[in-house]
Unconditional design. Structure first.
Length: 326
């Protein structure tokens, strides 16, 4: 860091206390005197990294184990150091409004990987009073966020949306206190988009606040629901077993392209392997969007209840622990 005195705003996310010299209203607030574990600040970030790549992958992701360099063209460049510092520089005319979603997702995803978490692309939900959670995974558009919101209307709590970090013990850290929904989906739930904050100016995807339906504490994840939309009229369930569980979880890593410059490919896959060994994984084929959600929600509720007693006993600690770097 450059020694400047920061005019900081403070927040807590993924069990980490953050300080930032720009406003991040999406973060749950914490005490201004809290000692930050991660500092986000404006600064100078190289326009290109040192190495050129004929496949052009390194034009957006590069770095070393201690420094991850990220670029979203015409939006933002980020340099993440040691899992504790995120320096960013804006590109283009969109300003901070356009860059903030990438800062809080792609950027913090890199921070979490540097801190030793395995990060999955999914939505984690839990029941009130339970120490366990299940995670819905799947391709973009599979209905993960839609399912999470629908499950809150059945009394579940949403733990994390999109970026789901899991520590070496299988505990998922609580994420943002909102779910991101497209305008049409929000309207399907009777939510007026005019009352919501868009991800970016003129964006048709919105932050839907969870309020009391957000779980602010870590939960252990031993159950994964792999959502697969299909041209079908009914919900079908298939348990995934053996090595295939590892493949499903590996294919749902968040930003797997970060692992190579961080030299975490082997460690990350080892964490996925351990997670697969203790987890139950189900492929749930669901009708395409627009269909009645109740049969899908019934299946997910039943699977959660069925496996509730098979989860490991809760630990005493109140927050996830980062994995150990190799």
């Amino acid at each position: 860091m450059d020694g400047r005195v920061l005019d900081r705003t403070h927040g807590i996310i993924y069990g980490l206390t953050l300080a930032s010299d720009v406003s991040l209203p999406e973060l749950p607030a914490t005490r201004p005197d809290a000692s930050p574990e991660v500092v986000i600040q404006r600064g100078t970030v190289p326009a290109v990294w040192e190495i050129t790549d004929p496949l052009n992958v390194r034009s957006i992701v590069d770095g070393t184990p201690e420094q991850l360099w990220l670029r979203v063209p015409d939006v933002i460049r980020m340099l993440i150091r040691g899992g504790s510092s995120l320096t960013f520089e804006l590109e283009g005319a969109g300003g901070l409004d356009a860059a903030r979603p990438f800062l809080l997702a792609s950027g913090l995803g890199g921070v979490l990987m540097q801190r030793g978490f395995v990060v999955l692309h999914g939505n984690a939900i839990t029941r009130a009073g339970s120490r366990n959670a299940l995670m819905c995974i799947g391709d973009s558009g599979a209905g993960k966020s839609t399912t999470a919101i629908a499950m809150t209307r059945r009394g579940f709590l949403a733990l994390a949306d999109d970026v789901c970090p899991i520590d070496t013990g299988g505990w998922a850290a609580p994420g943002m206190p909102h779910v991101k929904l497209w305008q049409n989906t929000a309207m399907d739930f009777g939510i007026d988009p005019a009352s919501l904050v868009p991800l970016r100016t003129r964006e048709t995807k919105f932050y839907v606040p969870l309020g009391a339906f957000h779980c602010p504490e870590p939960r252990q994840v031993n159950l994964f629901i792999w959502l697969v939309p299909a041209d079908t009229t009914r919900v079908e369930i298939e348990e995934i077993t053996g090595f295939a569980k590892f493949v499903v979880l590996r294919n749902n890593l968040y930003r797997p392209e970060y692992l190579l410059p961080l030299q975490l490919s082997a460690a990350g896959l080892e964490q996925v392997s351990r997670l697969a060994a203790r987890a139950r994984v189900y492929k749930v084929i669901r009708p395409f969007a627009g269909s009645d959600l109740d049969p899908l929600l019934d299946v997910i509720s039943n699977l959660y209840d069925e496996h509730e007693t098979s989860f490991e006993a809760p630990r005493d600690k109140g927050r996830p622990e980062a994995g150990n770097r190799p």
